[in-house]
Design a protein around this ligand. Structure first.
Ligand SMILES: [Zn+2]
Length: 488
């Protein structure tokens, strides 16, 4: 229905749209960078790469990874609870697989003059209300190899890489059907073995732990046992890189898989922290600056530095995928910085599924769906991260932001990393609060504060998130540590 009032409204709307479009035709030129947070530092670029680390990456062999996955598949069924069966064919089952993993790590150790301390991390799981995937008392065997740090002080610091070697079929209690688990997670186990093979030829100031874990599928039991042991024994564990489903699922006809991306999952706010800590984190908006998230950002930095064309690590701002869990969460739970790396897209027909063909569709986690070249790229990303962190001074301690005054500067203070006796250079990184990855950086020495190990930045602390990294003179940096408010 036409009315004069509607006509006026329509004419007015038309006039406004003409004004808007004529404004759109003349874009307002953006001024050159002149904001405080842009002026104070340089846009973040790749870190200084290390020639020795670059050499290590070239030593990673896709064929070696493929052979390890094939060997693990040959154990037919690596269900954790197959360890209690007495009727398995020789050379099959989870314990045969454990023995092979240990023998493999022992052989790498022999080749480096005994440089790896190889052992089983053993435990026993009992069935119970919280442990329903066990029918009876079940022995567990994870395999760990420790490459002790070459610097007596720095050797107390540790970084850990992991994958799980157990597998499952459709029924998690089935110990006899073929359960190849090629991608989930022979790929992560093979990655861990390859990292051990390559890195055992080198020495690092800090200690590296290679963990081939068991019982992920029955409820993260192997990871939980090792994480609780590390916690109880006071391991100074600064990073846990868990690799689960890193075989680059390759399904014929799938156009949506990306072989240039790997997902990096990590925990945000930890609900089990004391209430006052949670309140403080929420009050400053630091939910996305947990130690695990800083570790994930460091993996992004390593990717930029060592393999910018080969793989793009992508931060996923959640602990894990929907309806799924992983071994990293067992380490997160006891307070260690931990991440999980996984394929960009999974194929659920190829996981936790009995091997079969139905209506022309193939089910099962078979070797032929794995791409060893992709697994090799993720292996290189892990090695470069481990090498960087194990060569770095470790994280700065007690990092705080001064909140004594209302002002437009930011005063940061920190204590040096523990157990590092060489000179340390501190790098300050920051990003706008709506950004996820670091955007800018500056050498802390450029902004001296009132005391040693402090910096006064000409940037408002309200508008950015800061982090402080500790670096060697050669440029190996720790992951960043976010400051907490303090008045000291
Ligand atoms: Zn898995």
């Amino acid at each position: 229905m036409f009315t004069p009032r509607l006509f006026v409204a329509a004419a007015f709307a038309l006039a406004i749209s003409q004004i808007v479009s004529s404004q759109a035709a003349k874009p307002v030129p953006k001024p050159a960078a002149q904001l405080d947070f842009q002026l104070a530092g340089a846009p973040l670029t790749a870190d200084v790469s290390n020639a020795r680390t670059a050499t290590m990456l070239r030593e990673v062999k896709p064929q070696q990874i493929k052979a390890s996955i094939a060997k693990l598949v040959d154990f037919y069924n690596r269900s954790t609870i197959s360890s209690t069966e007495t009727d398995l064919k020789p050379g099959t089952g989870v314990l045969a697989a454990a023995d092979w993993v240990k023998a493999e790590l022992d052989s790498y150790s022999k080749a480096c003059g005994g440089c790896l301390e190889v052992s089983f991390d053993e435990s026993i799981e009992q069935p119970g209300p919280g442990n329903t995937r066990f029918a009876k008392s079940t022995p567990l065997k994870s395999v760990i190899a420790i490459l002790r740090g070459a610097d007596p002080a720095a050797a107390k610091r540790m970084v850990l890489v992991a994958g799980h070697y157990d597998s499952r079929s459709s029924d998690v209690m089935d110990t006899h059907s073929f359960a190849p688990g090629a991608n989930d997670d022979a790929s992560g186990a093979a990655l861990t073995l390859e990292a051990a093979r390559v890195m055992s030829k080198y020495r690092f100031p800090a200690t590296i732990v290679f963990a081939v874990l068991t019982s992920e599928e029955q409820g993260l039991n192997g990871a939980r046992h090792l994480a609780e042991r590390a916690h109880k024994e006071g391991w100074q564990l600064e990073a846990v890189l868990n690799n689960d489903i890193v075989g680059g699922d390759t399904t014929p006809g799938d156009k949506l898989q990306s072989k240039l991306r790997v997902r990096v999952f990590s925990q945000g706010l930890d609900a089990s922290l004391p209430a006052d800590q949670i309140r403080q984190i929420i009050s400053i908006g630091a939910e996305n600056d947990t130690p695990s998230r800083q570790l994930a950002r460091q993996i992004l930095a390593v990717g930029r530095t060592y393999m910018p064309q080969a793989i793009d690590p992508v931060m996923e701002l959640r602990l894990d995928r929907f309806l799924r869990g992983g071994d990293h969460s067992a380490f997160s739970r006891v307070g260690f910085a931990a991440v999980r790396m996984s394929d960009w897209r999974e194929n659920y027909d190829h996981q936790h599924a009995n091997v079969r063909t139905e209506n022309g569709k193939e089910y099962g986690d078979l070797l032929k769906f794995v791409d060893p070249e992709f697994a090799a790229r993720v292996t290189r990303l892990n090695i470069a991260t481990l090498a960087t962190l194990a060569s770095s001074p470790g994280t700065p301690q007690h990092v705080r932001v001064d909140t004594s005054n209302l002002d437009n500067d930011t005063l940061l203070r920190w204590d040096p990393p523990t157990n590092f006796n060489q000179p340390v250079r501190y790098q300050i990184v920051w990003r706008e609060t709506a950004a996820n990855d670091w955007q800018f950086s500056a050498d802390a020495a450029k902004y001296p504060g009132p005391s040693e190990n402090s910096a006064r930045m000409p940037i408002s602390k309200d508008n950015v998130f800061f982090g402080i990294c500790a670096c060697t003179a050669q440029g190996a940096c720790s992951q960043a540590v976010a400051p907490v408010p303090a008045r000291d």
